[in-house]
Design a protein around this ligand. Structure first.
Ligand SMILES: Nc1ncnc2c1ncn2[C@@H]1O[C@H](COP(=O)(O)OP(=O)(O)OP(=O)(O)O)[C@@H](O)[C@H]1O
Length: 252
């Protein structure tokens, strides 16, 4: 059913001079999707995400959110319409605590940003929501520490929590496990697995354990173009996909 499609790209192209970073990429994300985008280095994943968020204007093609053409919209307008991406660590406020950052995100969503300076207790609803997010992202024990002092994995959890605090209809997860030490990875896998069912998620990730534990459908991008899409089982068994990855992982 077409009304089930929450995010769609139609033949998205991005050229940087002579390089075609994305080459007629058409994707559809259905409500509640758990979709992974994989591909070797330089495949065009970051460019595609940037086209979705509005950071990189496409050379050709369209992006539709809930059936609406958002190709020309600025990033903040897309966020307001329900398309959120995980914040990057270098965008976190190091001098705020996770509780303060989440309270800012929740209150900005509730259109109460101008009241952000009020003590937490003054708005019970915001406080309750922040507490739930702290629990959901396993940040309770770190709620009052400065973000810059948190273990790396906890900062990555906060990135995801801040995006979820916006209650998006579509969540773009950009390499949530990248750089996370082995001892902290399980937290990422578990919290990503427990994301709200009604949020449609597009995951970009190199960590195949996370990809295959999370995704119910996948797209493989190679040289800017879609090589194939399908279930994780079909993708894992596809000799073309294996060839691409064996080439990349050779010598590891
Ligand atoms: N701003 C830019 N200017 C010129 N070329 C670019 C730019 N951004 C990306 N490219 C090129 O576009 C191609 C796709 O890059 P992109 O970063 O999107 O791939 P990727 O799949 O995200 O790779 P990785 O997994 O290594 O991050 C590459 O050849 C890259 O060099």
């Amino acid at each position: 059913m077409s009304s089930d499609i929450v995010l769609e790209t139609r033949r998205l192209v991005k050229r940087f001079g002579g390089i075609t970073a994305t080459n007629e990429v058409s994707l559809t994300l259905r409500r509640g999707a758990r979709h992974a985008l994989i591909g070797p280095n330089g495949a065009g994943k970051t460019t595609l995400i940037n086209q979705l968020t509005g950071v990189t204007p496409p050379t050709e093609g369209q992006v539709l959110l809930g059936g609406r053409d958002i190709t020309g919209l600025a990033p903040h307008r897309r966020v307001a319409l329900g398309l959120a991406r995980t914040f990057q660590i270098n965008q976190l406020f190091g001098e705020l605590t996770p509780m303060q950052s989440l309270a800012l995100a929740v209150s900005s969503r509730r259109d109460a940003a101008r009241r952000w300076w009020k003590p937490m207790g003054s708005d019970r609803e915001i406080a309750t929501e922040v507490e739930a997010l702290l629990a959901q992202f396993r940040l309770e024990a770190h709620a009052d520490r400065l973000t810059r002092e948190l273990p790396y994995g906890k900062r990555r959890l906060l990135e995801i929590g801040l995006a979820v605090a916006l209650k998006p209809s579509v969540l773009l997860l950009d390499e949530p496990a990248a750089g996370v030490p082995a001892g902290e990875r399980q937290d990422i896998l578990d919290t990503v697995a427990a994301l709200p069912a009604d949020v449609s998620v597009l995951l970009i990730e190199h960590d195949m354990d996370l990809v295959f534990s999370f995704a119910r459908s996948m797209t493989v991008l190679v040289n800017g173009a879609v090589l194939t899409e399908g279930t994780p089982e079909a993708i894992a068994a596809d000799p073309r996909v294996r060839a691409v990855y064996l080439g990349e992982q050779h010598g590891r």
